[in-house]
Write a protein that binds this ligand. Structure first.
Ligand SMILES: [Zn+2]
Ligand SMILES: [Zn+2]
Length: 136
């Protein structure tokens, strides 16, 4: 099983900065792909390094959270109806719904009604990613 957590880059132009990573860099993955798209001899000088790495572990966790929240699927249709699980001042909403909000993999998969199927609700209900083991 792959472990996903923050790591400090040991080598390269951004050594000492922090990224969220499993086998590969996962939070700054777009920039890492731009570096790898360069011919091998030019990778170390790629401009994309500027977008890789954070000064603190907290920054790396926060970036991973943004990347995952950007991928939220708010319109996933499921078979059968469940009560909306969005928190409300008096408990949970409980409005029947046949749709869920989902984050990649099974990090987050919760029934939410039309009024609550928004990124803000997901942000309020999910405090991830934290550290975990598995695949997206
Ligand atoms: Zn990052
Ligand atoms: Zn609701």
């Amino acid at each position: 099983m792959q472990e996903h957590t923050v790591k400090q880059l040991a080598t390269g132009p951004r050594a000492g900065t922090w990224v969220y990573a499993g086998r590969y860099i996962e939070c700054c993955a777009d920039a890492a792909r731009r570096v790898m798209a360069q011919p091998r001899g030019r990778r170390a000088r790629s401009e994309a390094w500027r977008d890789i790495g954070h000064p603190t572990p907290v920054g790396a966790y926060a970036h991973m959270r943004e990347v995952l929240l950007d991928r939220v699927d708010l319109e996933r249709q499921v078979l059968g109806w469940s009560g909306c699980e969005a928190p409300t001042p008096s408990g949970v909403c409980a409005e029947p719904t046949d749709k869920v909000a989902a984050l990649p993999g099974l990090l987050f998969y919760r029934p939410l009604c039309g009024a609550h199927r928004s990124r803000q609700t997901v942000e309020a209900m999910w405090d991830g990613p934290g550290d975990w083991t598995g695949s997206w």
